[in-house]
Design a protein. Structure first.
Length: 182
């Protein structure tokens, strides 16, 4: 039986150098602005992808219902556990569809006070927009980062509803299957 090797002698072994965090190097303003623009662009692209996913899932969920109710079917359960499972499946399916609809609807409340959304929805004049942009534009990089932050909140909400909607659809489909097998 072999054990671990002998422990190093604390008197003769040198102390390792302490690990130090790297010193942050200041980023040039033009590079910081490029990074902020890229961040905002990436978040906007991700919002578009979330909308596309939700639209595809929504059309699939509705097409599935059309296929299910268009053909010859055996009678649905009229009592007992099968009916309860089928009703729960219908409620979950409806909730899932509504959650997917909420993903593709525009978000107008999240961060509206930090963006120009409220001003744009009222049809402002060019002068009004210029004044607002001038007030926000004293530091364009900060403005871009603020926009990226707001869009990040929108993206998080969309993906939260997307996950919940898919979960509700999957559970609804599973309960509908069990209602047929019961």
């Amino acid at each position: 039986m072999t054990g671990p090797g002998p422990a190093p002698d604390p008197v003769t072994s040198p102390d390792p150098a302490p690990v130090r965090a790297p010193v942050p190097v200041p980023v040039p303003p033009e590079e910081l602005r490029f990074m902020a623009e890229r961040l905002l662009s990436t978040v906007r692209e991700d919002i578009g992808r979330a909308d596309t996913k939700a639209a595809i899932l929504l059309s699939g969920a509705l097409a599935f219902l059309a296929v299910v109710f268009s053909g010859e079917r055996s009678p649905l359960p009229t009592a007992g556990v099968g009916l309860a499972l089928l009703l729960a499946a219908g409620v979950l399916w409806t909730a899932g569809v509504l959650m997917l609809v909420s993903v593709v609807l525009p978000r107008t409340r999240v961060g509206a006070d930090r963006t120009l959304l409220r001003e744009l929805t009222t049809g402002p004049s060019g002068t009004e927009l210029r004044l607002r942009l001038t007030a926000s534009g004293t530091d364009a990089t900060d403005w871009l980062l603020e926009q990226a932050g707001v869009h990040g909140l929108v993206l998080a909400a969309k993906y939260r509803w997307l996950r919940l909607g898919v979960s509700a659809l999957a559970l609804g489909a599973l309960l509908a299957l069990f209602s047929e097998l019961w």
